[in-house]
Design a protein around this ligand. Structure first.
Ligand code: AMP
Length: 306
């Protein structure tokens, strides 16, 4: 099954306790595409960059079979830029700078051949753009997953709530779930958020794993305990890319299969954080993914007979 991915393609500058980078290639859609590519070679991208964005980075996506026909390159403009700093507790970060640049007037155009995509991943970017993509689909996708963040909740909560009405799975982190719902308890927050439209909700809790909710069931998966966490940037997007990639590959959107997708999403995210930026995702092999999924299974397996 093919996946249509919308989101930022960006330059990031990152500081963690282990080091600092100047502008490197990042962006929600970049991480999602790289992560989904472990599961399918039918990935179509919709995004925008400026003239300053390197061809080599676009080639990196093409090398992973990403169709970049929907990637607009704006002459004389600058690529979206984000800068963040992680402290000793790498579960939280401070955004130091967000420069929208090309994103400010971004009008997404969905090419004709992408309009009937089966799986739609609305990655993190302004909710009005996510809505514009939704409105161009000529056939309702089998599954619509939306990811967002506090930045857009602060600025465009009403637009976001409109988009949420059409969504099958919302993926956000615990702080964002609290902000969206106004509830501290994540169980209460999930109940409120599910009433806003999404049929399923994933709450990502960084090194403490992820929760999957629908109206009847809850599933929890821990994060794999890792020796080395260098840079958590892109972990949420890698989770989303792995999650939707697995669902698209198996073409099964049942809650039971979503549980497996959570494990695959967490696995891909565990690779992402081991090096700065997109480096580790680029190096990781299919075989390494399968080995790590098996480690996951061993981690949570226990005998219930007392
Ligand atoms: P994550 O760590 O998964 O939340 O995603 C990090 C990526 O999100 C970085 O590569 C950034 O370029 C991108 N990003 C940061 N802020 C925003 C924003 N407001 N909208 C869209 N993408 C963003």
């Amino acid at each position: 099954m093919n996946i249509l991915v919308v989101g930022t393609v960006a330059f990031d500058a990152i500081e963690t306790p282990f080091g600092k980078t100047d502008k490197i290639v990042g962006g929600a859609a970049t991480y999602i595409c790289l992560s989904s590519s472990f599961f399918t070679n039918k990935i179509n991208l919709i995004s925008v960059v400026g003239e300053d964005f390197p061809d080599s980075a676009i080639q990196m996506l093409k090398n992973k079979s990403v169709n970049t026909k929907g990637l607009q390159i704006k002459k004389g403009e600058k690529t979206f830029f984000w800068s963040g700093k992680y402290h000793d507790n790498m579960n939280t970060r401070d955004t130091l700078d967000t420069q929208l640049n090309v994103l400010e007037n971004f009008n997404p155009i969905v090419p004709k051949e992408f309009k009937e995509s089966e799986f739609l991943m609305l990655g993190n970017l302004m909710p009005s753009v996510q809505k514009k993509v939704l409105s161009q689909m000529t056939k309702k996708p089998k599954l619509i997953v939306l990811d967002t963040m506090n930045f857009w909740m602060d600025l465009f909560m009403d637009d976001l709530k409109e988009a949420l009405k059409q969504v099958d799975v919302l993926t956000i982190n615990d702080e964002e779930a609290r902000q969206l719902s106004g509830e501290y308890s994540l169980v209460k927050a999930a109940k409120k958020i599910l009433k806003m439209g999404p049929k399923n909700l994933v709450i990502k809790k960084g090194e403490h794993g992820a929760l999957l909710f629908n109206n009847k069931e809850v599933f929890f998966a821990p994060a794999l305990p890792l020796e080395e966490v260098f840079d958590p940037t892109g972990a949420g997007d890698s989770f989303a890319g792995g999650f939707i990639g697995y669902l698209a590959k198996t073409n099964d959107i049942s809650f039971n299969n979503m549980k497996k997708a959570v494990i695959y999403g967490s696995t891909i995210a565990s690779f992402c954080v081991e090096k700065f930026g997109t480096k580790k995702l680029n190096e990781t092999t299919q075989k390494e993914v399968e080995t790590r999924v098996n480690e996951f299974v061993q981690l949570v397996k226990f005998d219930t007979t007392l």
